[in-house]
Design a binder for this molecule. Sequence first.
Ligand code: Q9C
Ligand code: ZN
Length: 627
Amino acid sequence: MGTALVFDEEMTRYKLLWFDPACVIETPERLTVSHEALVRTGLAARCVPTPVREASDDDILLVHSKEYLEAVKKTPYMTLDDLKEFTLNYGDVYFHPNIYHCAKLAVGAALQLVDAVMTGKVRNGMALVRPPGHHSMRSAASGFCVFNNVAIAAKYAQQKYAVQRVLIVDWDIHHGQGVQYAFEDDPSVLYFSWHRYEHQEFWPKLRDSDYDCVGKDKGAGFTINVPWNKIGMQNSDYLAVFCHVLLPVAYEFCPDLVLVCAGFDSAIGDPEGEMCATPDIFAHLTHLLMNLAGGKLCAVLEGGYNLTSLSQSVCLTVQSLLGDPPPRPTDLQGPCQSALESIQCVRSAHRKYWSCLQHAVQRPPSDVSTKLEAHGEARVSKADLVWPQPARHLPPALCTAAVIPEDLLCPLGCFRIPREQDVAVSTWSSLAALVGRLQRNEIRNGLALVSDVSMAMAHVFGHTPKQRVLAVCVGDTEALPGLPEDGKTLTVHFSKEALDKPRCKYYIPVCLKKGLMQAACSLLLPLSYQYDPDLVLLTRVPGSHMDQSEWQQLVGLLQGLAGGHVLVLIQEGEKALVGPTASSLSGSPASSPGPLSAPGAEDIEALERLKYRLTTDWKLLQTSGEC
Ligand code: Q9C
Ligand code: ZN
């Protein structure tokens, strides 16, 4: 199951023909540098090349009006003066004799991508297109956009493939008002957008972009706007919004398809966004979405105007789509005050629509905190706009190693670490061999079936004295080994029975009956990202309350940490999990837990209390402006 790359040079063949300072940044080079970077890094060659096509009138009419389409159809025959005049009907956009052709190809590229993913030709993919789409409305061009590529793709998927629920994630730094308007009363499409807003001072300066615009009628709750009221937002701010807003809601929504309005003007160096998140973050954002909807993810380029930052961000997105482990996260000090305030406002505006947010700590945003600075604000000086070149990363050639008994078939995509004759020591020596190969980056991840998880954990700790290990334990076991409490190990223990009170900052018991995905997103991920382990040790004992799909999701999410170095230990009674675990470790999409796994009140309250208690030590857990 591969990754499609949809691109055609024809989409570079239009440009601004007159003087307009608002539009100079939207150039053909945006597309050429992005594509060249994919070719140069060898990423393009690993993708399934997928041709574009021209969208038909019927495709375009899924979102746009007949009158608007007919008007745009005339632009190829217009004189320069006619084009200028036509352009004046709209805001921050320009027309060119070839833009109608390119706009049809841009829509067609998005539809080709949907076709490739929905027919199972590929698992996921990216379309590199111009013009972008998310600002264009039913009867209007706007913000460099002519037709709404992603909105049309969502309707097309629903119509042609009977897709029920579509999640649209718009990480471009502008509000995709066109997408919002297309689906504002439609509960089958969940639209999430974060955007530079500055209390309505930033383009397109709409009241409709604020956190309290949540959708209309049946669609109430299915529009999620996260306004950034300061510039200079960083990796922590973006991750915090994913962990505390988007992912919990996305798992509750349970999409059948994920579309990404993949604009990279939200990255550092962009003249429009003026944010400070590094290109690396897009590898993580992509990774975090890749197990929703059975892995069906289509990313379609929107904005991005710093050619360096744009091309790096495109590469990191495609790299994740291809299944490479994301680079180690950098610079995670926790969200800034302004971001926290936005997060709190969004969570409270959506409380009545999503059970994962129902018991969010209720505190109205105080206007004191609106005056607090964004951590990034002071940083947006020219000198700080230099960011490290993304590391040239070489993922290990071998993906998943398994230590399992001979009578168990080696799961597809894994290779077996041979065991020695002496049964008594064989598991331990094989396990030691496995850990060694992980440390030397010869293999990416591993799996072992063991008779005693607790002993095996102690064994692994013994072989990783200098490493930061994140131990995630799932199941009701009392016999965790004496855990090192030196900060070299962070343990998070999921159980349905009440556990010990937290002994120290580095042992975190989580007692929940349901709502495990919510806990994974809003507790485990922030902790793990902030801890930044060298190795993730995930263990499973019998008698757990976590079902197979939740377990697979956990295996998938944790691979975003430690450069993908995850070692899973399964206790013998849970043999049935070996296959599904190996499948997730070797990169297959996890199955979806289904909309029914929404958490209950008791669990969410317990989770909120636990998060609140831990926020002093772990800043990424914060969700309110006043902690
Ligand atoms: N400072 C997209 O990113 N405003 N469109 C430009 C110049 C328009 C952005 C003002 C920005 C449109 C797809
Ligand atoms: Zn944009």
